[in-house]
Design a protein around this ligand. Sequence first.
Ligand code: SF4
Length: 547
Amino acid sequence: MIQHPKGNKARLLLSSVFGPYAQDDEFGSRAINPMELYHNQVTRVQGPFSLRIFHRSWGILFIQANISAPCTVLDFPTRERFAEELRANQYDIVGISSIIVNLGKVREMCRMVREILPKATVVVGGHVAAIPGLDRLIDADHIVKGEGVSWMRQFLGEDATAPIIHPPIASGFGHRIMGLKLPGKTGSTAATIIPSVGCPMGCNFCTTSAFYGGKGKFINFMDTGEEVYRAMEEAERTLGMHAFFMMDENFLLHHKRAMQLLDCMKKGGKVWDLYVFSSANAIRKYQMEQLVEMGISWVWMGLESPHSTYAKLEGEDTLSLTRELQRHGIRVLGSTIVGLEHHTPDNIAAEIDHAVAHGTDFHQFMLYTPLPGTPLHAQLKQEGRLIDVDLADVHGQYKFNWKHPFISRDDSKKFLDLAFWRDFEVNGPSLARIINTTLEGVKRYRDYPDWRVRARFERDAKSLKTYYSGLLWAMEKHMSKKNEEMAERLNSLRKDLREEFGAASAWAARAIGPLMLWLTRREEKRLEKGVTYEPETFVLRSNWQGA
Ligand code: SF4
């Protein structure tokens, strides 16, 4: 393994790709592909009700926390800010982390490093490394595929097998709901915990599974529930958060570890919320009460299609599983694929209706997209069915990058849009859906024997009877002129809140509602004018004294 001559005395810059992101430009930014996970691929047609949140670049934060070399993390720089950082410090190593769509920016950043710091070693990592022949497309010294912490430790001459230190990471920032920008630097109530990377289910389209080894493979940063618990406790202590976004592709699949974590939480008397990604077959390994006691309050689950043959969905009735989770106060984000091989212009509307019928709290729709490194990409390449399009447009929210047997490239976009609109039309704003699910949990668990569960739902009840009542009032009024039936449903949900919480809910609706309605209308106008949002730039230096 190659090592840098300066070892851990080398000065290191780790950067994400430069912005702006939500506008079309020569480097591959696309207005349709903003840097906001939910608004990009989940709530994007929900107008002012869309959930707007940015997430940090966790990979480079993770590497920084696990090396002893002087290191700067530069997250979401502009191109000018990146150049300024290169000029201001004599970096020995510049690491650039990126996903596949941002190839053009990586190319430009490598060029800039060569121009400003010709002696620096350029290392490129992240999903962009999966692009075949990347070494011929960019001017980098090293391209790192897969997990980057151990690679960087080795490169700096450090112990690659040392235990992983989990940095405290607030899960999101820059929250914006119904035109209200939440205050505070991070605006987040959840901490990100990364117990593992990769997923052994190995679905053919899945980039994260493929990137970390594919079917049957994954990398555990934390083997036991106790280790996960300690990382959560540390995040609770340093960030003051009691909710955790478990950034693990299939958290509940690791049954033993999850049950150990539950044990630790019971012993420690922790009233925590966990937001997890999990496949249907993994969720089914638990009783609902176990999930609730573990604090699972939000699950991101792949629904894909009723006619898909993925192992994770074998024998699963996702409609009833979704309902069951929601009845226990667990919010569900369902994920459906548009444009699978069996989809035709004749059957796709029924498949979309089936997805919408789940009534999930959130619904992600994605085009069936072969991305470099995945088995699907290899298969379609071999069959000669890939279309040569700019990688900046290959993100699942635009058009096919492959020849579908029945659906044209242009129609793929139309069907994708139809799915989002149908879900919004039938199920309404996601914010209202989560109010409904949370209320179900509050009612169901108010007398539960485990005090931690009662305390968690009491915390939720406080939110429901105060600001959620106000949000709901504003949603109802705003929808009354657009979708009467939906407005009636929102009104009925507001009545349920009033019934449950009495005067407090009615008071909050009157106190907060009008302001939220004004903000919502203002936001709608701003969006109609084409306003977009960009993340702020973060700079974090470590081991920097004397550097
Ligand atoms: S279950 Fe989900 S995370 Fe795992 S391989 Fe399939 S799509 Fe990827």
